[in-house]
Design a protein around this ligand. Structure first.
Ligand code: ADP
Ligand code: MG
Length: 678
């Protein structure tokens, strides 16, 4: 097939800009699909304009001037037989002033809004026309583009690509017929050159048959590439760990609680994987407080008993420290040595830890991302566990895996991932779910309280602490400035200290030295500190069962998952717990939506589903920046049925038609999108 560079119409600069858009060949050019459509098939009389309409208007410029107040702007008035419309340009070139001079006849396209002087369009697209020039006959596609690449150039390139004999079906047509989907060629033509009868709305909403066909192909490509990845890793060798006969039973016996049925099930799933001679790739999901730490510890013991090391990495110092203590408590009686590694530890201590890890004296290593730095050499790493995995970048996770030849990998997450998402973006992982909380937990009562009623909240905190319970006071999140965030925490602390002279109040924030943080957390855990004023550093994993009240200030600024995680810090003991969300009016629409969801649901799964709907998969999974290619066409909610069909078909194709698999992947994954999933 001809390459883009060989096409005469595509100059070097155009080629470079196309590449910036991820377009490298005819296929990716064909699959560069419109963002929206412009209806230039009609001309709307100015008299008929309505606010918010996207329309084309034709007329003559009757007035043009550059204004300097309130800011520099080029203002023109366009007149047709029925009325006048203002055009406003805030950025413009001298060439535009010339094109928009009085007497010019133009077709302009843009969104109409009611301005101070009647109808107005801001930065409309425009072009000069002759009188009586016929209108275009098809809807005009508007493509995503980059600086210096005009819509006209893109349209020309794509029109050329459509003629390059690259529209053939790869898979048997019967597959698509059965799903009621049109052919590849018809779909692309319908999207790039929609006929005038096409329903603009269903094109824009992307639920026309053509869009659905391409969404299906995209989902299929994702399924195929994920499965291939999975198979490739599956074919690697790893140490097989026999089921533990001593350490696991010994730890279970010493625990003050019995595992829940869900924990028993996932422990068995993990144990079975570890006994295989290829690396485990398992994601352990469980809501906040469902007891993932003990499951991870039991997995580690299986590796240890087989003579291998295990490592547990946590995203924050506080959480890693807490794991370290907890595991010390559980494992020291079994005679197991644990090494501690963190970025903030002293040089001497660090050297000692590194030595423990390298010699293999320490069988279990707990720490922060300091774990995968270069100097860390494991004697024999057999299992890498990543807690709160979504907090780490892909590369950080990869780096830890590379510390062993082929260690088994267990990733843990408190963010329950809705089924459509795990079927797509996590299709290359095995998933275990803890779907049950330990017994005796009572659901946290969530209350929404306007900031105007702070005093009542203060009374409640006092009473609660005087009754021997403990409370968190979470300071507002200030994303713009860390310094301001710190200042706010200090102010809040001072205020609460003054309000509660009779209580022991502690402060915890991100800028404290690790030693200070440890001391405060230890005091809170021991019950010496009654009220802990904290920034969101306590968000992940902190576990103090006696704390039964949480106040979150400016809850309207926080994300849903974050609120759910924070709330999960209480309700961990048998005491009835409450979470008070203080908010400041007026609330934005999205803040109101978030608070409503968190108020109505205690179920992490429901919260996650709502969060996904509000933010979309890229933000939700934190994968937008991770190098995992995002679905561009398919929408997992809308196209759930297509996803299911694609998933079934992928298995069949891999078995029966590897050649078609290869071709389909080539069409859909351009070289820029090679999967880097770990
Ligand atoms: P998460 O899943 O959020 O990481 P943790 O592992 O921190 O949860 O567990 C929360 C708390 O529940 C801990 O104090 C833990 O010791 C306790 N726990 C775990 N499993 C059980 C169980 N089966 N019964 C009672 N308590 C449990
Ligand atoms: Mg945890």
């Amino acid at each position: 097939m001809i390459t883009l560079a060989e096409h005469r119409g595509i100059t070097k600069p155009v080629l470079a800009r196309l590449q910036k858009l991820g377009i490298f060949d005819v296929q990716s050019l064909l699959l560069h699909l419109p963002l929206r459509y412009i209806d230039e098939t009609r001309i709307t009389p100015i008299h008929d304009l309505r606010s918010g309409d996207q329309v084309q208007v034709e007329g003559e410029i009757v007035h043009a001037e550059v204004q300097y107040r309130p800011r520099k702007a080029l203002i023109c008035r366009l007149e047709d037989a029925s009325g006048q419309l203002s055009l406003r340009f805030l950025h413009f070139y001298p060439s535009q002033i010339a094109a928009l001079k009085v007497g010019s006849r133009l077709r302009v396209f843009g969104e109409v809004r009611g301005g101070f002087f009647g109808w107005e369009m801001v930065h409309p697209q425009y072009r000069a026309v002759r009188a009586q020039e016929p209108v275009v006959e098809t809807l005009t596609p508007f493509y995503p583009t980059t600086a210096g690449l005009s819509q006209a150039t893109l349209r020309k390139c794509i029109a050329w690509a459509l003629q390059q004999n690259a529209l053939a079906e790869i898979l048997p047509a019967a597959i698509y017929e059965k799903l009621g989907l049109p052919s590849f060629a018809d779909s692309l033509l319908a999207l790039h050159h929609p006929s005038p009868e096409t329903n603009l709305q269903s094109l824009q909403d992307r639920d026309s048959a053509a869009w659905r066909r391409l969404a299906f192909d995209e989902l299929l490509a994702q399924q195929l590439s994920m499965r291939r990845h999975y198979a490739r890793r599956r074919s690697l060798g790893a140490a097989a760990f026999k089921v533990s006969k001593q350490l696991v039973p010994a730890l279970l016996q010493s625990l003050p609680f019995a595992l829940t049925a869900a924990q028993i099930r996932v422990v068995a799933e993990i144990s079975r994987d570890l006994a295989q001679a290829h690396p485990m790739q398992r994601l352990l999901q469980g809501d906040v407080g469902s007891g993932k730490t003990i499951v991870a510890t039991l997995a580690a013991l299986q590796a240890l008993e087989n003579g291998w090391q295990a490592a547990i990495m946590a995203p924050t110092e506080i959480l890693a420290e807490q794991h370290y203590r907890k595991m010390q408590g559980w494992l020291a009686p079994l005679g197991i040595e644990i090494a501690w590694l963190s970025g903030s530890q002293g040089k001497k201590e660090r050297i000692a830890s590194l030595e423990q890890v390298a010699s293999g004296a320490a069988k279990l290593v707990v720490g922060t991302h300091a774990l995968f730095q270069e100097q860390v050499q494991f004697a024999k790493l057999g299992l890498a566990i990543v807690d709160e995995q979504h907090r780490f970048g892909v590369h950080q996770r990869l780096a830890l895996r590379q510390k062993g030849t082929q260690p088994h990998q267990l990733m843990m997450s408190a963010t329950p991932i809705p089924r459509t998402l795990s079927m797509s973006y996590y299709a290359d992982l095995d998933v275990s779910v803890i779907d049950e909380l330990p017994p005796g937990r009572s659901p946290v009562a969530t209350k929404l309280v306007s900031d105007a009623r702070r005093d009542e909240v203060l009374i409640r905190v006092r009473v609660s602490c005087q009754q021997g319970r403990q409370a968190y006071w979470v300071c507002p999140l200030i994303e713009e400035s860390e310094a301001l965030q710190l200042q706010t925490a200090l102010d809040t602390y001072a205020l609460l200290l003054a309000s509660f002279p009779e209580l022991r109040v502690g402060l915890l924030h991100g800028r404290m030295k690790p030693k200070e943080k440890q001391a405060v957390m230890a005091a809170f855990t021991a019950g010496e500190v009654q009220l802990l004023v904290a920034t969101t550093v306590i968000e992940v994993g902190v576990d103090v069962p006696n704390a039964s009240l949480m106040v979150i200030e400016h809850a309207e600024r926080m994300g849903l998952s974050q609120l759910h995680q924070l709330r999960g810090r209480v309700g961990r003991g048998s005491e009835k717990s409450a979470c008070i969300l203080l908010y400041q009016n007026p609330l934005s629409k999205s803040a109101r939506a978030r608070l409503k969801i968190i108020y109505e649901s205690n179920d992490g799964f429901e919260v996650a589903k709502a969060d996904l709907a509000l933010r979309g998969p890229g933000e939700f999974l934190g994968i937008r920046q991770s190098g995992v290619p995002m679905l561009k066409i398919a929408d997992l909610e809308r196209d759930a049925a297509l996803l299911k069909a694609a998933s079934g078909l992928a298995d069949k194709l891999l078995q029966e038609n590897p050649q078609a698999v290869e071709q389909h992947l080539q069409r859909w994954l351009s070289q820029s999108q090679e999967l880097v999933k770990v």
